[in-house]
Design a protein around this ligand. Sequence first.
Ligand SMILES: Nc1ncnc2c1ncn2[C@@H]1O[C@H](COP(=O)(O)OP(=O)(O)OP(=O)(O)O)[C@@H](O)[C@H]1O
Length: 282
Amino acid sequence: MTRDVAEAVLCTGLAYSFGATTAVDGLDLAVREGEVFGLLGPNGAGKTTAIRCMTTLLPVPAGMVRVFGHDAAGDRMAVRRLLGYVPQQLSADAGLTGRENVALFARVFDVPRRERAERVGQALAAVGLADAADRLAGTYSGGMVRRLELAQALVSAPRLLILDEPTIGLDPIARTGVWEHIGAIRAATGMTVLVTTHSMDEADQYCDRLGLMHHGRIRALGTPAELREGLGARRRAAGAAATDPLPTLEDVFRDVAGSGLDESSGDFRDVRSTRRTARRVG
Ligand SMILES: Nc1ncnc2c1ncn2[C@@H]1O[C@H](COP(=O)(O)OP(=O)(O)OP(=O)(O)O)[C@@H](O)[C@H]1O
């Protein structure tokens, strides 16, 4: 047990299938306490399914997932108390104000009644929504909705924040805003962050370490620089000139995922994702 405690998340041979479809296929992963860990991978790689297992939303056998040493199967409530989760799907209610949305989560997560109003105010301030707190969420821009969802996840003061594609569908300024708030909150609290993203630029800029998933498993793991340099070294060993430019993260991604980027099934999923986002922010 003590060996695992420094790890915010430890997945050991994590496997999950939907009927005949294997979504996660023996995932081994350790997310270290305090880091921002990015989970990358083409559409259908199994990222969301893996995350849903970590959050206990999908049931897994004992021993496959531990969160700060607590087993996701045997100790579900302890795991849930430790984490905040921002799913891809809209979790804010357009008919409530920002403050009411966050207060709802405070109640659900058992924030003590006496502390609730203060904690809700703090969470809204932490994501830059103090001034807009009493407006209906239906009047918010896409970036504000995402930050509101961040506040909902933060109100229970989680040690681990899990975000599934937090910037999808947002313009560049709103994206930067979301990341800056995540960075500031993490600096203030030491919280661990696990994030999925399709943006190589964001992964490079904001994540301490990355895991590239393909067909349900981690295929490459390291800091963005380690991943780029590793591919560069393999290319030189295979005959590339030493003067060739260093590979980009996108090159690393293509090297790992190969045809996964071009699968026609990915296009449909992409479109579905984008539509989902358009609906959320519309
Ligand atoms: N509820 C479900 N029922 C059946 N199959 C599912 C379900 N959810 C996911 N899958 C399948 O499991 C596999 C992994 O999907 P998952 O959503 O975990 O991938 P992902 O890496 O998160 O993809 P994306 O980047 O598009 O979000 C895919 O083949 C997908 O079609």
